[in-house]
Design a protein around this ligand. Structure first.
Ligand SMILES: [Zn+2]
Length: 444
């Protein structure tokens, strides 16, 4: 090899090496600056609490025939921890009550409520099957019910398990309750349970129920009042017949009038909504027209149409005035328009969130000591707590669900396992503090 050749081959090697080094450097920079697509190697996926949670999530409780599978699971968990277990069926569906007796039976008990049922999920649009409770590489469990409210149902039990393992005893009795039908109104669950003699015997002084999650990792929400749910069905009637005729008084004309007047009202509600802080839904009424039915063939004029509207009343709305308004819409639509209520809650009492309420002080201070602020808000929807507060028992909706995108009733409902486990720690302290709140006998 000549000197000239040697010179050029060395130059070629070093140029190749230089390119290789640059590529390596680019790879290192990409790796270090990439979003954490890296596997969560600290995921406590094998923790017994997580495994119990997965067992619960894998029962498709959107189907009422599966409710008893959940009852069996809850019974086995209760037996495992040493809690008393009872099932009541005031209206044909099972309500489970797990009881941890306190040392002072004269004190009012604490009730920790959640619901077993979930809304349906057909799997369309889901990354994983909705009843598989799959844990992905980021330590997120995907399942229907993961945020609403099977997370709470297991967190309560696992928190009590930890307290019992530490030989903690509480002054107050704790009842962990599981309702069967919150998603369809609670008419065979909480509403009927409260009428039972057995419920009175539980001597409940305060209820914690499902609440709203938070995207923040330092602020949680407490709901102290629900909005009143009104579900209104209007039926308009007119002359039917062959599709080739043009009768004057057809049902669709009345439907059109009804839609116009209701949509005008809805537009005014949108304006009212814009004027308030979006976090606080109490000051405005919400309304949506969610179902319109009528007609069965392209060449037949239907003799009736029905329309269903879902309304959530502002906390300050006057129910009597609202009723007159709905009746006026039916009149405006035209003769023969019927109005019936599928649901009409006239009252939705609030639980105080001030220093007069020792349960509020305990909740707020406990959660604060654990590193979270709590913001009291009105629940934009309606939950089982509405029945509890109207019965005269103070109740808060609460969920230690932080740093979580809300996916309730949506596809890809999930909870991060670390968030789930932290929630158990939150309840561990909260249950202990509420259970030892000895000074309050009769706060209503
Ligand atoms: Zn729920």
């Amino acid at each position: 090899m000549s000197l000239k050749c040697l010179y050029f081959s060395v130059l070629r090697i070093s140029r190749k090496m230089l390119i290789a080094q640059i590529l390596l450097l680019i790879c290192i920079v990409c790796y270090l600056t990439a979003k954490p697509l890296i596997k969560d190697t600290n995921c406590p996926a094998q923790d017994p609490a997580v495994i119990n949670f997965q067992k619960y999530l894998r029962i498709d409780t959107s189907r009422s025939e599966n409710l008893y599978k959940a009852v069996n699971l809850l019974q086995s968990l209760a037996t495992d921890i040493g809690l008393e277990f009872a099932v009541y069926e005031p209206a044909g569906k099972p309500i489970c009550v797990l009881t941890w007796p306190g040392t002072e039976s004269s004190l009012p008990s604490i009730m920790l409520n959640s619901h077993v049922d979930v809304v349906e999920a057909d799997g369309v649009g889901w990354m994983y099957p909705p009843y598989a409770a799959h844990i992905d590489e980021h330590c997120n469990i995907y399942a229907r019910g993961a945020q609403d409210s099977k997370d709470l149902g297991i967190q309560y039990i696992e928190a009590i398990r930890r307290l019992k393992n530490q030989n903690v005893t509480l002054q107050r009795t704790i009842h962990v309750t599981y309702m069967p039908d919150e998603e369809i109104g609670g008419f065979q669950g909480m509403r009927e349970f409260l009428k039972m003699k057995k419920f009175k015997e539980l001597n409940v002084g305060f209820v914690l129920d499902e609440g709203l999650g938070s995207q923040s990792d330092e602020n949680l929400y407490v709901t102290y009042q629900d909005k009143r749910a009104w579900s209104m069905k209007f039926t308009v009637e007119g002359i039917g017949g062959h599709g080739s005729f043009m009768p004057k008084d057809v049902a669709v004309t009345k439907l059109n009038r009804l839609l116009n007047v209701m949509i005008d009202y809805r537009t005014s509600l949108e304006e009212a909504m814009k004027s308030v802080n979006q976090l606080h839904s109490g000051p405005y009424t919400a309304m949506n027209i969610n179902m319109i039915n009528g007609g069965y063939a392209p060449n037949v004029i239907p003799s009736s149409f029905s329309l269903v509207a879902d309304m959530r009343l502002a906390t300050t709305a006057n129910a009597t005035e609202m009723l007159s308004l709905a009746k006026s819409w039916a009149e405006y639509a035209g003769n023969g328009t019927k109005l019936e209520f599928l649901r009409r809650e006239m009252d939705a009492l609030a639980t105080p969130v001030d220093n007069s309420n020792p349960y509020w002080i305990t909740l707020r201070d406990t959660v604060y000591d654990l590193g979270f602020n709590v913001t009291p808000i009105v629940l934009p929807a309606t939950s089982d707590s509405l029945f509890v507060r109207n019965y005269g028992i103070p109740a808060f909706g609460f969920a230690p669900l932080f740093n979580t995108v809300q996916r309730i009733h949506n596809t890809n409902e999930y909870i991060n396992v670390h968030v789930f486990m932290r929630g158990i720690e939150v309840y561990e302290v909260l249950i202990k503090n509420l259970g030892n709140l000895a000074s309050v006998i009769n706060f209503k």
